[in-house]
Write a protein that binds this ligand. Structure first.
Ligand SMILES: Nc1ncnc2c1ncn2[C@@H]1O[C@H](COP(=O)(O)OP(=O)(O)OP(=O)(O)O)[C@@H](O)[C@H]1O
Ligand SMILES: C[C@@](O)(CCOP(=O)(O)O)CC(=O)O
Length: 472
C-alpha cells in the first residue's frame, strides 16, 4: 500500500506564569502557544530506510533502518554526537506504538521507507548569521524580510536557540506526523490527541534523559492553556530503551491509569498582543532550575510560603485575564473603549483615570497582580541567589512599562538573561516597545516575530504554509 505525504505542525510556547512552580503538581502555569511552529513532512520514498533531514542545519541528516522481524528494531546509521536523540526516540517509540495500534499484520504491509523533513520557524533560532550575510541589522523589519526556514549556517549543537521550545515542538510534530501518516490516530479525536500527547511526553522525557514538567510538550499539543503537570511516576516506570509497543500503548492510551495532568483552555483577552524578545546574554536553564530547587530543599519553610504566595498571584493573573475576556463578550462597546483609553496611558496611570467601570478596574487589578508576581520572582532571585529577574532585566522591563499601552512585561519560564515578553494594547505600543529594545545598550535585545496563537498540533497542507514546498 502506498501513502501520500503527511505534514504535522506544532507550536512553540511562552510560559507567562508558573516558572519553577509547574514542576510540582500542586501548582499551575499559564502557557501561551506561539505563531512560530515546527513542521514535519513525511514523504514516501523508493529508497530503502528512513531518511531524516533538517535542511536549516549543517549536518542535519540522519538515516535509520527499521526491521520488524524477528525483533522490532530501529538502527541509526550515524553514531556518537552526530545522533539526534529527539528524532531517534520519536521514531523508535512512535513506530513501535503505531505497529501495535494499527495491528502487526496491517503494519507489516505498509512501507516505512520515507524521507522526513523537519522545519522550524525562524523564531526558534538566532538569525544573526543570515542577517549579517545580507548586511541587515537585527530589527523586526529585517527579520520579517528573511526567507522562511532560513539556513542557520551552523549545526544544531552550536545554534543559539531562543527559548520557544524547539525540542518539544519538534518531537510533537514528528510524533503526530508519524501517527497520522500510518493512520494510527485521527487528530480531531480527543482520545487520539491525548495518546499523541502522552507519547510525545514520553519521547521528550526519554530523549532529554529525565521527566521534566512537560508544559512545553503540552503547549505543543494543546496550544495555550493553564497547565497542571502529570504525576512523574506515570512515565518513570516505562523510561526504558527496551520498552515495547504493547507496554507503550497500555501506558500511554487516553484511558490509561495514572495520567492526571490538567489542561484548561486559555486565550489572551481581545486586543491583548504578546510580543517577545530574545536576549543575547542567555542563561543555562537547567543550572537555574538546579540552584533554585537546591535552595528550596534547604529552606522548605520559607520556600513553601513563597511558592504558595506566588501560586496565588499567578492564579489571580489568570482569573483577571479570563474576566476580561468575559467582559468583552458581555459589553463589547465598553470593553473596546477601555482598551482604547488604556492604550493611550501608561499602565501605572490607569488607577487614576477619571472613569470608573468594571473593565478599568480589572485592568488595574491585572497590573497590580502581575506586579506581585514579579516582586515574588525577584524575592526568589534574592533568596536563592539565582538571577531569575536580574536587575538588568528589571530595568529593561520597567522601560517597556513606561510605554503607553504596555500592560505587562516579564521574564518567561525560568527567567534569567534569556528572553522577555510584553503584552501591549496597540500597534503603536508594539512599535514603541520594539524601539526601546533596539535602543537598549545594556543588553543585546533581539525582537522575535512570534505572536500568541492558541492553536495546538494540526495537520496542514503543503500549499498552506509559505516556504514549505521550497524547503523540500
Ligand atoms: N530543526 C531541528 N531538527 C532536528 N532536531 C532538532 C531541531 N531543532 C531542535 N532539535 C532537537 O532538539 C534539541 C534541542 O533541545 P534542547 O532541549 O536542548 O532545547 P530546548 O529546551 O527545546 O530549546 P529552546 O526552548 O531554546 O528551543 C537539539 O539538539 C535537537 O536534538
Ligand atoms: C523552570 C521551569 O518551570 C520552566 C522552564 O521554562 P523555559 O524552558 O525557560 O521556558 C522548568 C520546567 O518546567 O521545565
Amino acid at each position: 500500500m502506498t501513502l501520500s505525504h503527511t505534514i504535522a505542525s506544532a507550536p512553540g510556547k511562552v510560559l507567562l506564569t508558573g516558572g519553577y512552580l509547574v514542576l510540582e503538581q500542586q501548582f499551575q502555569g499559564l502557557v501561551v502557544g506561539t505563531s512560530a511552529r515546527f513542521y514535519t513532512i513525511i514523504t514516501p520514498s523508493d529508497e530503502p530506510g528512513i531518511q531524516v533531514r533538517s535542511p536549516q542545519f549543517d549536518g542535519g541528516n540522519w538515516h535509520y533502518t527499521l526491521t520488524v522481524q524477528p525483533d522490532f528494531q530501529l538502527t541509526p546509521s550515524s553514531s556518537g554526537t552526530s545522533r539526534n536523540p529527539f528524532v531517534e526516540a520519536s521514531l523508535r517509540f512512535t513506530l513501535a506504538l503505531v505497529r501495535e495500534k494499527v495491528g502487526r499484520s496491517a503494519f507489516g504491509v505498509l512501507s516505512t521507507d520515507c524521507i522526513i523533513t523537519i522545519l522550524g520557524d525562524n523564531d526558534f533560532y538566532s538569525q544573526q548569521a543570515q542577517l549579517e550575510k545580507l548586511g541587515l541589522d537585527s530589527s523586526y523589519g529585517s527579520l520579517a524580510g528573511l526567507p522562511p526556514f532560513a539556513d542557520t549556517m551552523t549545526s544544531l549543537k552550536d545554534v543559539h536557540k531562543t527559548g520557544l521550545g524547539s525540542s518539544a515542538a519538534l518531537t510533537t510534530s514528528l510524533v503526530a506526523a508519524l501517527c497520522a501518516h500510518f493512520k494510527a490516530v485521527d487528530l480531531d479525536n480527543q482520545k487520539d490527541r491525548t495518546l499523541v500527547h502522552n507519547l510525545a511526553q514520553f519521547v521528550h522525557c526519554f530523549a532529554q534523559g529525565k521527566v521534566g514538567s512537560g508544559f512545553d510538550v503540552s503547549a505543543a499539543v494543546w496550544g495555550s492553556h493553564r497547565y497542571r503537570r502529570f504525576n512523574p511516576q506515570v512515565l518513570a516506570s516505562i523510561m526504558d530503551q527496551q520498552v515495547d509497543g504493547t507496554l507503550l500503548l497500555k501506558h500511554l492510551s487516553a484511558d490509561s491509569f495514572g495520567w492526571d495532568n490538567e489542561v484548561a483552555p486559555f486565550k489572551l483577552p481581545p486586543g491583548f498582543d504578546l510580543i517577545l524578545a530574545d536576549i543575547d546574554a542567555g542563561s543555562h536553564t537547567p543550572t537555574l532550575v538546579g540552584k533554585v530547587l537546591a535552595w528550596r530543599k534547604a529552606n522548605p519553610t520559607t520556600a513553601n510560603a513563597l511558592w504558595v504566595e506566588l501560586g496565588s498571584y499567578n492564579s489571580k493573573v489568570e482569573q483577571v485575564l479570563r474576566d476580561l475576556t468575559t467582559a468583552e463578550q458581555k459589553e463589547p462597546v465598553l470593553y473596546k473603549a477601555v482598551i482604547e483609553k488604556c492604550s493611550r496611558h501608561k499602565a501605572s496611570e490607569w488607577a487614576s483615570l477619571p472613569e470608573t467601570n468594571e473593565v478599568i478596574s480589572k485592568m488595574v487589578q491585572l497590573v497590580h497582580n502581575f506586579g506581585h508576581v514579579r516582586r515574588l520572582l525577584r524575592e526568589m532571585s534574592q533568596l536563592s541567589e539565582v538571577p531569575i529577574e536580574p536587575i538588568e532585566q528589571t530595568q529593561l522591563l520597567e522601560a517597556c512599562l513606561e510605554v503607553e499601552g504596555t500592560v505587562i512585561a516579564g521574564v518567561p519560564g525560568a527567567g534569567g538573561y534569556d528572553a522577555i515578553f510584553c503584552i501591549v494594547l496597540s500597534d503603536k505600543a508594539k512599535q514603541q516597545v520594539r524601539q526601546v529594545w533596539q535602543g537598549w545598550s545594556a543588553l543585546s535585545v533581539g525582537p522575535l516575530l512570534s505572536k500568541a496563537d492558541s492553536k495546538g498540533v494540526t495537520l496542514v497542507e503543503l500549499a498552506d504554509v509559505p516556504g514549505l514546498a521550497n524547503s523540500l
